[in-house]
Design a protein around this ligand. Structure first.
Ligand SMILES: [Zn+2]
Length: 274
């Protein structure tokens, strides 16, 4: 769901509950619901207060997103929300919360792989781990934003690249889950169908190494080599196979300054989607 900017349900709910707190304590303080909410909040810590009330869920949402500074009072107002027209303040505050959710989402992903090395290598244990190792540098952004290949080249069909990026492409054995005797197969037992020696059929193998399929990417590699040279980036041959694959799958080089990302993507995305 990272590819489509859809956060885990627990974070999505936390965002909505914190935004509701904002509405009750800042935007619509004169409504009956807001007055009732504020009154019930004062009794929240008593034993008689039921567990699953909206007040308790809102308190829990604040701790999930680690927003403590002014709770249970009216929340801190970011500058964007203070300057917004009154009717847009709620929307502006939600946009501000999305950055907090995105940071927490990223923290939770990284927590799963605390030893995820830089630059990436190591034994891959799952599809999610493979995604993290390939694209971890492009995750340093607002995860709510759709990736550029979905937004920049609207007239081309991005479905194949989306499948590559979300680890669900039919041509890549490690993307295909099989279950035998109620047992899920291990990531590295999903072997390349073309190589007799039992090599793991990961996207790195299929795109760069496999004698049967690696020729498909040759034109693109030529294009990338020239583009790296023209933009004064490290030479293609000095990159790790993870870095090379991530470039082929549409991430900009990690060394390229952010202000040049748009130009890079405009040049390379049509060829990748092709
Ligand atoms: Zn192979």
């Amino acid at each position: 769901m990272i590819e489509l900017g859809i956060p885990p349900l627990i974070l999505q709910q936390a965002l909505q509950l914190v935004a509701l707190h904002f509405r009750y304590t800042v935007l619509h303080t004169n409504t009956s619901a807001a007055k009732l909410y504020n009154l019930r909040c004062t009794f929240r810590c008593s034993n008689a207060h039921p567990q699953h009330t909206i007040e308790n869920r809102i308190a829990k949402a604040h701790s999930t997103l680690m927003i403590f500074n002014t709770y249970p009072g009216p929340p801190f107002m970011p500058r964007s929300a203070t300057l917004a027209k009154p009717k847009n303040q709620g929307k502006s505050y939600t946009t501000f919360l999305k950055l907090i959710v995105s940071a927490e989402w990223l923290r939770q992903i990284r927590l799963k792989y605390p030893r995820a090395p830089q630059p990436p290598s190591g034994n891959v244990s799952s599809r999610l781990h493979a995604h993290f190792l390939l694209h971890h540098l492009s995750l340093c952004k607002n995860l709510y934003k759709l990736p550029p290949y979905l937004t920049m080249c609207g007239h081309r069909k991005p479905m194949s690249l989306l499948r590559f990026q979300s680890q669900s492409h039919q041509s890549i054995p490690t993307h295909m889950l099989t279950i035998d005797d109620n047992q899920r197969d291990a990531y590295d037992s999903r072997l390349c169908l073309y190589c007799p020696s039992g090599l793991t059929g990961s996207e790195i193998h299929l795109i760069l190494e496999c004698p049967a399929t690696s020729h498909i990417a040759l034109d693109l590699i030529q294009f990338l080599t020239t583009l790296l040279y023209d933009t004064c980036q490290p030479d293609w041959t000095t990159l790790t196979t993870h870095q090379q694959t991530s470039l082929i799958l549409g991430d900009p080089p990690s060394t390229l300054p952010k202000k040049f990302h748009h130009v890079w993507l405009k040049s390379i995305l049509p060829a990748i989607l092709q």
